[in-house]
Design a protein around this ligand. Structure first.
Ligand SMILES: C[S@@+](CC[C@H](N)C(=O)[O-])C[C@H]1O[C@@H](n2cnc3c(N)ncnc32)[C@H](O)[C@@H]1O
Ligand code: SF4
Length: 384
């Protein structure tokens, strides 16, 4: 069994947003003042050339424009980046090309332009189908705009998905049941459902510290999760990963590439990558500040500020953290190929005894529905 699996994708980070949402700790910046997008895109082209020199000859199976808000990009910029990817590597004609979009009417107007540039899948940040919570989440779109954006996306792109956030302040299980049913009715092949997490450095974190945010306790959060699994499975979009639901065959190939521990180049400010160079897996990360990144790229050809060769142990740990999120589980043989060690049979038996882990007919190990709410502990036990 080889440590590589021939999966290769490109993640492209667009760091700008129209406003900062109070829950979000992604590398996103509100930029005011003059901005020369054409010149800024030249830095992406240079960084792609650099990554391709490090990891040449790859067949790109997926490209993901994430953010920030990539739907603020001019579609011509998206086209230029895709052309650069195709010039320096081979872009599989069947590649999945996803763009994250915010569902405002301004952004929807650009959908056809993205389609013409080569984007074939969008992921829309709807977040809620209720007006009060939308406003509280700091979103700049209405429910009606979001629903219209989902429908237009479904007609323009071959595939689409949207995100909802649940277990929000003061939300009840009944509220979520109604809202999720509407979401499932609206969705086609794919839906991402994220439980609200409070991240340090966000406005929600400060509110929570000040006792001004009422969130579900652990038990209620587990009930939210369980209800979400039940409703999505009943609607034919079961979870294929903790937060991602799809009709079979409609899974996000890019996300699968991460969770299956494939290889990917990270392009743009703050982007992370995992590149196989001389048979060693490099963990890379770029400068986060958008204009510092641009300066670095123009001066040295790339914006990388981290380039670490992962040890066998680190590879094994990452493989478990990523792969055990998946319903398909992980191959113990690939774990051994990546980490040079075996998962302890005693740990496996103990976790099976608790009903947290099972072996599938193909030999893969996977976390059970009972084990998912305590996934971090299961991973830590297996990695020990
Ligand atoms: C890069 S972000 C957003 C992309 C796009 N700018 C937007 O807002 O729609 C991707 C997704 O992560 C989710 N997300 C971000 N912060 C979160 C948090 N603190 N808790 C749960 N989900 C979160 C949101 O559903 C969001 O759509
Ligand atoms: S949730 Fe999206 S729009 Fe809001 S700050 Fe984060 S990346 Fe920007």
């Amino acid at each position: 069994m080889s440590a590589a699996n021939d999966l290769f994708g490109v993640y492209v980070h667009w760091p700008f947003c129209a406003a900062k949402c109070p829950y979000c700790d992604f590398n996103s910046h509100v930029h005011r003042g003059a901005f020369d997008e054409e010149t800024y895109i030249a830095a992406y082209e240079r960084e792609i050339a650099h990554a391709a020199a490090l990891a040449p000859g790859r067949m790109v199976q997926s490209v993901f424009f994430g953010g920030g808000t990539p739907s603020l990009m001019d579609p011509r910029s998206t086209g230029r980046i895709l052309e650069a990817i195709a010039r320096h590597w081979t872009l599989d004609p069947q590649a999945e090309v996803t763009l994250e979009a915010n569902p405002t009417s301004v952004e929807v107007e650009r959908f056809r332009g993205y389609r013409a540039a080569g984007v074939n899948r969008v992921s829309l940040g709807v977040q809620s189908l209720r007006p009060g919570p939308l406003a509280e989440l700091g979103r700049r779109h209405s429910v009606e705009e979001a629903v219209a954006a989902v429908r237009i996306a479904q007609s323009v792109f071959e595939r689409s998905s949207f995100d909802l956030i649940y277990a929000r302040p003061r939300q009840t299980l009944d509220d979520w049941e109604d809202e999720l049913k509407e979401g499932l009715w609206l969705a086609q092949g794919h839906l991402s459902l994220y439980q609200l997490t409070i991240e340090q450095g966000t406005r929600y974190f400060d509110l929570q510290q000040a006792g001004k945010l009422t969130l579900p306790d652990e038990d209620l959060a587990a009930d939210f999760y369980e209800l979400t699994q039940e409703l999505t499975a009943a609607a034919g979009l079961p979870a294929y990963e903790i937060s991602n639901h799809a009709r079979p065959g409609q899974e996000s190939r890019h996300n699968m590439l991460y969770w299956r521990y494939g290889e990917y180049a990270g392009i743009g400010p703050g982007a992370h990558g995992r590149l196989l160079i001389n048979n060693q897996r490099h963990a890379t990360a770029a400068e986060r500040m958008p204009f510092d990144w641009q300066k670095k790229v123009m001066a040295q050809g790339h914006g990388m500020v981290v380039d670490d060769v992962l040890t066998w142990e680190e590879q094994g740990d990452e493989f478990l953290v990523m792969g055990l999120r998946l319903k398909e589980g992980i191959s113990p043989a690939r774990f051994t190929a990546l980490s040079g060690r075996r998962i302890s049979p005693r740990q496996i038996d103990t976790l099976k005894g608790y009903g947290f882990l099972e072996t599938l007919p193909n030999g893969n190990l996977r976390v059970t529905d009972k084990g998912f709410p305590v996934l971090d502990a299961v991973v830590a036990d297996l990695a020990a």
